[in-house]
Design a protein around this ligand. Structure first.
Ligand code: CP
Ligand code: NVA
Length: 305
């Protein structure tokens, strides 16, 4: 990888994603081959929000490469309050080899990358979740084969996950449609960036308010929670607004018959997705969750060169 950091889905080129996927595939099949690949290297994991998958897959991932992970929760550093982002970066760069950060404002992540001389990985901000999108399209590639010309439809909130899916999909030549209620569309600048990329790679990016129309001919249907971390106070109001955007059997029936169902998890069953869909044969959500481990191992392997 040319970029030192992985902050945005735009920090990685098409060729680099393809190489990363080959490496992740090999890591998944031959775990023992890599057990000393990054021996003695340390990963600091800064979490200002809760996590199951990101925490476990990064920690286990660095261990499986021969390194070690250090968990820093919200009460440990108290980023920006107990200590400035600059000072945290300047300390950690002398102690560890790489940092993963999950935080609120995207600017905290870009600041950290600017201040620290070591690689920074975005483990989710309010704006993007790029490791998630890498794992999602890797999963789609495993199940569906060649991604070029395939279609992924995201239904729900135009949030961090939707942004990274559009940006990554565009680079992989995947047609990505995002259907949201009015007022909850993805960021316009992200849509424009994704559209520009999509043009280069022969794909189409669509942002719409029509979920049924969006899922037509989809090879993958994706959803996420209606209220993200930090938006808990809006949850009740959002339930009413988003209910027509639930991914249920009726909506899945409008996609291709062999479409897969994806969700970054955690899922709020009965809200954005019904049990019937998430527990169906079409659902690959746990394979998708596992793949966080493999693609992030490949990512750390590349950034720690
Ligand atoms: N999908 C995902 O990032 O899960 P966590 O919030 O549990 O890390
Ligand atoms: N959009 C969700 C994703 C969780 C993995 C959130 O930000 O809470």
């Amino acid at each position: 990888m040319k970029a030192q950091d992985f902050i945005s889905a735009q920090d990685i080129t098409t060729e680099e994603i393809q190489d990363l996927y080959e490496l992740a595939k090999d890591m998944k099949a031959n775990r023992n081959k890599y057990i000393r690949a990054r021996e003695g290297m340390s990963l600091a994991m800064i979490f200002e929000k809760p996590s199951l998958r990101t925490r476990v897959t990064f920690d286990v991932g660095i261990q499986q490469l021969g390194g070690n992970g250090i968990f820093l929760g919200p009460n440990d550093i108290n980023l920006g309050k107990r200590e400035s982002v600059f000072d945290v970066a300047k300390n950690l760069e002398r102690m560890v080899d790489i940092i993963m950060i999950r935080t609120f404002a995207h600017s905290i992540c870009t600041d950290m990358a600017e201040f620290a001389s070591i690689p920074i990985i975005n483990g989710l901000t309010d704006h993007e979740h790029p490791c998630q999108a890498l794992a999602d399209f890797f999963t789609m590639w495993e199940v569906k084969g060649d991604l070029k010309g395939k279609k992924l439809t995201y239904v729900g909130d135009g949030n961090n996950v939707a942004h990274s899916l559009m940006l990554t999909g565009a680079r992989l030549g995947v047609n990505v449609s995002v259907a949201t209620p009015k007022g909850y569309e993805p960021d316009k600048a992200v849509v424009e960036k994704a559209k520009k990329d999509a043009e280069r790679f022969g794909a189409k990016i669509v942002a719409t308010n029509d979920a049924e129309d969006a899922v037509a001919n989809a090879d993958a249907v994706y959803t996420d929670v209606w209220a993200s971390m930090g938006q808990e106070s809006e949850a009740e109001e959002r339930k009413k607004i988003f209910s027509p955007y639930q991914v249920n059997s009726d909506l899945m029936a409008k996609a291709n018959a062999d479409a897969i169902f994806l969700h970054c998890l955690p899922a709020h069953r009965g809200e954005e997705v019904t049990d019937e869909v998430i527990d169906s044969d079409q659902s690959v959500v746990f394979q998708e969750a596992e793949n966080r481990l493999h693609v992030q191992k490949a990512l750390m392997h590349e950034l720690l060169r």
